[in-house]
Design a protein around this ligand. Structure first.
Ligand code: PEP
Ligand code: CO
Length: 447
């Protein structure tokens, strides 16, 4: 294949900021490309092998984190609580699916956002839209909104701080946090399913204690948990900067993340993002929105994974609870008919965003659950395997999505709404969601 990390530059690139000084972008890319990478090719290959097993029905993928990380929230407590919720959810999913769970965070570089408008107007003033901390700042002044290439460097450094802290937590005493004694289960009593949730948690506790007694050590030590990173490969100069060859392996690796994904608004077959992603050796994921037709999907699958390599391609559908019954089956049938090996994953967040009567962006817990449940059922009916879930969540108890055991309503949203972009499940909602998936998965296994 005639490809280089800069091949994308000859194609139209959607969702890119207009920098006032393009030369400065080049000098930042040059600096970034000399810095040490955030991840290694052997970790990337290990993830690819695990995703291949998931595609074959033997593992389950849990991918989650913020819609967008922010520079300001790059702090110890928030990173630790995000890791904690993902770890706890993964244990619930292991329990429900009886499969090993691959944990992938939306972190360590999830700083750039696609936007539907290029500009925003307030009180007669028009400025560039906020595209994530990697590009500009959220404040509504010209200085803050002007895209600044130095932010790529700051983002890369913060991604490095995040990944470094996550690696230390995993290597150190963090493993304790997966013990049910450390779970915040206050919400359980508000649910009609309280007894069932309690049973799940108790049974996880028993299995952990059993394994620890057997091995005479703690589970964290027995089985060092793996965490992988992922982000939307949106800002192409940033992605290009760390795309490298490595000794003793073929091809090019994006060493800024393990699993870059292609967002719904940047998946034109002839566009720059597809031109970039097709050439790297990482496993990649592709978001599938309601506008994608079965022939378009097959063309993308063929372009992004011409060798049909297992583990290379994860397809994340995000169709919305109201559309999934109509839209998912023809997409799945087309991929199946083409004989493509893919891992199917459901993002039940992005197709279910709504605005409240006062214009706040939210998502309803029941819609999210419903899209997930429909996904499990549709894949089962069609003989394919739903091998993953993708969430926007946080380890804090924010109030951004409505519903869940505590019954958050629109009136609660004002209390603790922090996201600058999409609404996330909070700690309790995320844990409850995992329990409901576990319940559903168990039922599909017939146990
Ligand atoms: C996202 O994952 O935050 C996102 C923007 O998703 P999508 O490309 O599916 O809309
Ligand atoms: Co989002």
């Amino acid at each position: 294949m005639d490809w280089s990390p800069t091949s994308w530059r000859s194609r139209p690139a959607a969702q890119q900021p207009v920098y006032p000084c393009p030369e400065e972008v080049e000098s930042v890319v040059a600096i970034m490309s000399t810095l040490p990478p955030l991840v290694t090719s052997w970790e990337i290959e290990s993830l690819k092998a695990q995703l291949a097993e998931a595609a074959a029905g033997r593992r389950f993928l849990l991918q989650g984190g913020d819609c967008a990380e922010s520079f300001q929230e790059c702090d110890a407590a928030q990173i630790a609580s995000k890791l904690k919720i993902l770890l706890q959810m993964s244990l619930v999913l292991v329990h429900g699916t009886r499969k090993r769970v691959i944990r992938v965070g939306r972190f360590g570089g999830q700083y750039a956002k696609p936007r539907s408008e290029d500009v925003e107007t307030r009180n007669g003033v028009t400025l560039p839209t906020y595209r994530g901390d990697l590009v500009n700042a959220v404040g509504f002044t010209e200085a803050e909104r002007t895209p600044d290439p130095q932010r790529m460097l700051r983002g890369y450094e913060r991604a490095a701080l995040t990944v470094n802290f996550i690696r230390s937590l995993i290597d150190g005493g963090f493993a304790d946090l997966h013990h049910p004694e450390y779970w915040d289960l206050g919400f359980v009593k508000h649910s009609p399913r309280a007894a069932e949730y309690q049973r799940i948690v108790e049974s996880i506790g028993e299995s952990l204690r059993f394994m620890e007694a057997l091995a005479g050590t703690t589970v964290g030590e027995i089985n060092r948990v793996d965490f992988f990173t992922s982000h939307d490969a949106l800002l192409l100069p940033y992605e290009q900067a760390q795309t490298r060859r490595v000794p003793r392996r073929e091809g090019w690796y994006n060493l800024s993340t393990h699993l870059p994904w292609l967002g719904m608004r940047t998946s034109e077959i002839d566009g720059a993002h597809v031109a970039y992603l097709r050439g790297i050796a990482n496993p990649i994921a592709l978001k599938i929105g309601p506008g994608m037709t079965p022939p378009q999907l097959n063309e993308l699958v063929e372009t992004l994974n011409p060798g049909n390599e297992p583990g290379r391609l994860t397809l994340i559908h995000r169709l919305g609870a109201g559309h999934i019954d109509d839209l998912l089956p023809p997409l799945v049938e087309a991929v199946k008919k083409a004989g493509s090996i893919v891992l199917w994953c459901c993002d039940p967040m992005h197709g279910n965003t709504q605005r409240t009567s006062v214009g706040i962006k939210t998502r309803n817990f029941d819609d999210i659950l419903s899209e997930l449940e429909r996904s499990f059922e549709i894949h089962e009916r069609l003989g394919t395997y739903l091998g993953g879930v993708h969430f926007e969540l946080t380890g804090e108890n924010v109030t951004e999505c409505i519903g869940g055991a505590r019954g958050l309503t629109e009136a609660d949203l004002a209390r603790d709404y922090k996201s600058q972009v999409d609404p996330r499940l909070n700690y309790e909602q995320a844990l409850e969601m995992a329990m409901l998936i576990a319940r559903k998965a168990r039922r599909h296994e017939g146990t």
